[in-house]
Design a protein around this ligand. Structure first.
Ligand SMILES: Cc1cc2nc3c(=O)[nH]c(=O)nc-3n(C[C@H](O)[C@H](O)[C@H](O)COP(=O)(O)O)c2cc1C
Length: 182
């Protein structure tokens, strides 16, 4: 059976490299993963006054994350951290019904530079470990999908053309699936 993976992408930009990575993964692993990319840009700003009776778009978002077997977060780094749109989505997930609690989670990111979103990923790990979120993080040693110089590795059609990177991601995905099922 395929693993259902709710996917959050931390960039709203039309030509986002991170969205390209998420879509490329969706196509490449379609026989192993049922990846749904959730539109986090449609969520309103988190507001405690609304959390007990949130707007339908928030309810639907939380339901989809709750029903998924695991969560994949694909994000750029903004100012050494995660983009606000992603933090906002996670804040909704962290309140009332804490739908990320115990949920297996995998992180990936692509940047144009040589740091490949490492600082954002380190921050994200802290956020995902907080009590309201409490995700079950895939252990990082050797499993960090950090793609450097992304503009040179993705073509205009969104194909990832770097063999070593493709082989690395293939390996991480297989290990992640095994780990989720163990
Ligand atoms: C507001 C903002 C802040 C950024 N901060 C960083 C940063 O701290 N570190 C970094 O490597 N790149 C940074 N960048 C560059 C992004 O990594 C680059 O624009 C990337 O392509 C964005 O991801 P996307 O293509 O998925 O939209 C920043 C870009 C923006 C727009």
């Amino acid at each position: 059976m395929t693993l259902r993976l709710a996917t959050l992408v931390g960039s709203l930009r039309r030509d986002s490299l991170n969205m390209k990575l998420a879509r490329w993964m969706q196509a490449r692993y379609h026989d192993k993963l049922e990846m749904e990319i959730l539109p986090i840009g449609d969520l309103p700003f988190y507001n405690t006054d609304q959390e007990l009776d949130p707007p339908p778009v928030v309810r639907e978002f939380k339901r989809k994350v709750k029903d998924a077997d695991a969560v994949l977060i694909v994000t750029p780094e903004y100012n050494w951290s995660i983009p606000g749109v992603l933090k906002n989505a996670i804040d909704w997930l962290s309140r009332v019904e804490k739908v990320m609690n115990g949920k297996p989670a995998l992180i990936a990111g692509v940047s144009n530079g040589m740091m490949g979103t490492i600082r954002a990923q380190l921050h994200l790990r802290e956020v995902l470990a907080s009590p309201g979120v409490g995700a079950r993080l895939f252990p990082p040693g050797g499993n960090e999908i950090l793609i450097t110089f992304g503009d040179q590795k993705f073509d205009a059609a969104g194909q990832l053309n770097d063999e070593a990177t493709v082989a690395f991601i293939d390996g991480v995905i297989d290990k992640f699936i095994d780990w989720c099922r163990a």
